[in-house]
Write a protein that binds this ligand. Structure first.
Ligand SMILES: Cc1cc2nc3c(=O)[nH]c(=O)nc-3n(C[C@H](O)[C@H](O)[C@H](O)COP(=O)(O)OP(=O)(O)OC[C@H]3O[C@@H](n4cnc5c(N)ncnc54)[C@H](O)[C@@H]3O)c2cc1C
Length: 395
């Protein structure tokens, strides 16, 4: 708990339930287990919160960047009943002008040369209407995973997106407790130039969710809604979100992109941007993709066309009959010397995106790669974090 001895007040860290997308990244990242999920709301126990901000790194929407100066801490139960954060008591906050933004030790950094991202131009209270212009299934009908490429056009010149950012989509309707569904985030799969270089078009890569994480049947609210949209349908957008998973703007930069499933979305944006600026080469763009089979790989054909002359494509397939399972971690370890050189170079940037399990496996692989090449992973990692050269986005 962060207690201010001068006034005896508590500077309480909270999560804004209105902008939170319930991804759970904060809960996983919190070392003191201060965050729990109560009544479909993430809440922070002030008695456990160490105030160090490890929870802030995964949050894309900024919901985690909320503080209130209070005489008595809000309990987790109080927080679980909020639809929005309570107002700050102005009298208590007089001495604390910077209350809304606490720089945390763990705040992730963008590469120093990255373009400045715009964020939060549209909220759930003021969404941007987009029109679906294309909805194309990327994986074959026989594939277990239905992944769609969805292009949305919008009419707001200020809604400028950078590769690596995400947008929110608000599914229509009410949840079981009668509240509007909260928004879901989707990584932008197009370059800042717009999908097909049309500036007011963005692309998303959406996987239809048909089961929950335990494998029980569950029809995902927003992913199914999106995958069922037809050209001409209107969808409500929020955002942009994300201030650190961004492309360095240096010609010499080398990108190690590691992804599985829909994690390819941001990487597609990066590759498109590099191609549009004539900076794509296998040396600059290493893409390690994991997929069950070749057919399940989103944008597989397009990636193969680029492989060898614009990107260095390394595929790991985990469900090919008669072949051993191969995951991206194996592929990274196979090329340990090249990867170690990239990690150790100021020009090397690492991006990892996909389902949550990917983070642990890839981190462990990077640690082993350092070990095999005489590097200290803790030191390398710290230096990469400090210079905005390593980024994980898992959900
Ligand atoms: C920063 C960020 C970027 C994201 N980018 C993308 C993206 O580019 N493409 C994309 O499809 N999704 C992306 N997501 C996930 C997306 O926001 C939704 O969580 C996902 O579409 C499920 O929402 P839903 O409403 O359909 O499911 P809900 O009705 O909310 O049900 C969620 C259930 O589905 C499970 N689930 C969620 N995602 C998956 C998945 N991919 N596979 C299997 N089970 C899942 C959850 O564990 C939970 O049990 C991103 C999330 C974050 C936080």
């Amino acid at each position: 708990m962060d207690v201010h001895d001068t006034a005896g007040l508590i500077r309480q860290h909270l999560i804004d339930p209105y902008t939170c997308v319930r991804c759970g990244g904060c809960k996983e990242a919190c070392p003191s287990e201060a965050i729990s999920f109560v009544n479909y709301t993430f809440v922070i126990d002030a008695n456990r919160c160490d105030g160090a901000g490890a929870c802030m790194e995964p949050c894309q929407t900024g919901a985690i960047e909320s503080w209130r100066l209070v005489a008595q801490a809000y309990t987790p139960e109080d927080q679980s009943n909020w639809q929005a954060l309570p107002e700050q008591d102005a009298a208590l906050a007089e001495d604390m002008p910077c209350l809304s933004r606490e720089p945390a030790r763990h705040t992730p950094r963008a590469p120093a040369s990255a373009a400045r991202p715009l964020v939060n131009l549209h909220s759930a209270a003021y969404p941007l209407a987009g029109t679906v212009v294309l909805n194309q299934r990327l994986t074959p009908a026989a594939s277990m995973s239905a992944i769609h490429h969805i292009v949305i056009e919008y009419d707001d010149k200020n809604f400028k997106l950078l590769e690596g950012q995400s947008v929110g989509v608000i599914p229509p309707g009410l949840d079981e407790s009668g509240h509007p569904y909260f928004m879901r985030l989707y990584s932008v799969a197009s370059a800042r130039d717009g999908e097909g270089a049309i500036p007011n078009r963005l692309a998303l890569t959406v996987k239809r969710v048909t089961e929950d994480t335990e494998g029980k049947p569950h029809e995902g609210i927003c992913s199914n809604y999106l995958c069922n949209r037809q050209p001409g349908d209107i969808v409500q957008l929020t955002g942009p979100f994300g201030t650190s998973f961004l492309l360095p703007n240096e010609q010499a930069a080398r990108l190690l992109m590691v992804c599985a499933g829909t994690g390819i979305a941001s990487m597609r944006g990066f590759i498109e941007r590099k191609r549009l600026t004539a900076a794509a080469s296998p040396h600059a763009l290493m893409l390690f993709c994991g997929s069950r089979t070749l057919a399940d790989l989103p944008y597989g054909e397009a990636l193969h066309v680029l492989a060898g002359h614009q990107i260095d494509l390394d595929l790991s397939l985990s469900r090919v009959p008669g072949q051993p399972k191969r995951y991206v971690q194996h592929a990274l370890l196979d090329r340990h010397a090249e990867i170690a050189a990239l990690l150790n170079s100021p020009a090397g940037h690492v991006y990892v995106c996909g389902l949550r399990g990917l983070e642990t496996g890839v981190t462990e692989a990077l640690r082993k790669i350092c070990e095999r090449n005489g590097l200290d992973w803790a030191e390398v990692h710290e230096a990469m974090l400090a210079t905005g050269r390593i980024h994980f986005e898992t959900y």
